[in-house]
Design a binder for this molecule. Structure first.
Ligand code: C5P
Length: 226
C-alpha cells in the first residue's frame, strides 16, 4: 500500500480544479508533499507555451504554431524551479501578462491536444496530485478524488495581491480584480474544456479557510475515499 492505495490498482490521482487564484497550486503542492506523491501544475504548461510563443514571436491566434511549440517545449521542473530551454523562468511565469496570454491561448483545441499526453505522463507511482481547470473532466476523468476548489473573487484578488507584494512586485487590487473576473469569464464560457466541476467532484469553498485548513479538508476527503 502507498498512501493507503493497493499497489496493484491504477496509479491514484487527486485532481484539484478551480478558478484562477483559488489557491489550487499551493494546496496541491502541500497535499502531494504530505502523501509523498508527485505534483503537476498544469497551468504552468499553458504559461510556458505562452512564454515560448512570445519569445519566438508566434502570434496568440496561430493555433497550429502554438501546438507545435507546446509539443516541443523543452522544460524541466526542478523542485520549485521551472526551466524553459535550460533558462530559469520561474519568476517570469508568474507575471500577470503571461497568465493573461495563457488564458487567451488556452481555448485553442490543437494546443490543448498537444498538452494532453504531456500532462498524462506525470501520472507516475506512487500517485499524482494535479491542479488546473480540466484535470477531473478531461485529463484524468478516472481520478480517484476530484476537488473543485472555489473562493469568492474578492478573496482571490486579495490573495493574489498579497502574493505579488510579498515577492516585491507592484500590484493594484482593482486591476487584479478586473483581470480575475475577465479570466473567470473566459475559462468558464469557452467551448473547449470549460472550467466546471466534474459531476463527481467535491466542491470545497476556501473563501474563509487558510491553506492548512484547506489541505486538511482535502486529505480528509482522500482518507474517506480509500
Ligand atoms: O492556473 P494558471 O493561472 O497558472 O493557468 C493559466 C491559464 O491557463 C488559465 O487562466 C487557464 O486559462 C489556462 N489553463 C487551462 N487548463 C488548465 C490549466 C490552465 O486552460 N488545466
Amino acid at each position: 500500500m502507498t498512501g493507503g492505495v493497493p499497489a496493484d490498482g491504477p496509479i491514484p490521482v487527486i485532481a484539484i480544479d478551480g478558478p484562477t487564484a483559488s489557491g489550487k497550486g499551493t494546496v496541491a503542492a502541500r497535499v502531494a508533499r504530505t502523501l509523498g506523491w508527485s505534483v503537476l501544475d498544469s497551468g504552468a504548461l499553458y504559461r510556458l507555451s505562452a512564454l515560448a510563443a512570445l519569445r519566438r514571436g508566434v502570434s496568440d491566434t496561430d493555433d497550429q504554431a502554438l501546438a507545435d511549440i507546446a509539443r516541443g517545449l523543452d522544460i524541466q521542473f526542478l523542485g520549485d524551479k521551472v526551466l524553459l530551454d535550460n533558462d530559469d523562468v520561474t519568476e517570469q511565469l508568474r507575471h500577470e501578462h503571461i497568465g493573461e496570454m495563457a488564458s487567451r491561448i488556452a481555448p485553442l483545441q490543437p494546443l490543448r491536444d498537444a498538452l494532453l499526453e504531456r500532462q498524462r505522463a506525470f501520472r507516475q507511482p506512487p500517485g499524482l496530485v494535479c491542479d488546473g481547470r480540466d484535470m477531473g473532466t478531461v485529463v484524468f476523468p478516472d481520478a480517484t478524488l476530484k476537488i473543485f476548489l472555489i473562493a469568492d473573487v474578492d478573496a482571490r484578488a486579495q490573495r493574489r495581491y498579497n502574493q505579488l507584494i510579498e515577492k516585491g512586485f507592484s500590484a493594484n487590487l482593482g486591476d487584479l480584480l478586473t483581470d480575475l473576473k475577465a479570466r473567470d469569464q473566459r475559462d468558464q464560457n469557452r467551448s473547449v474544456a470549460p472550467l466546471k466541476p466534474a459531476h463527481d467532484a467535491v466542491v470545497v469553498d476556501s473563501s474563509n479557510l487558510g491553506v492548512d485548513q484547506t489541505v486538511d479538508c482535502i486529505l480528509a476527503h482522500w482518507r474517506n475515499r480509500i
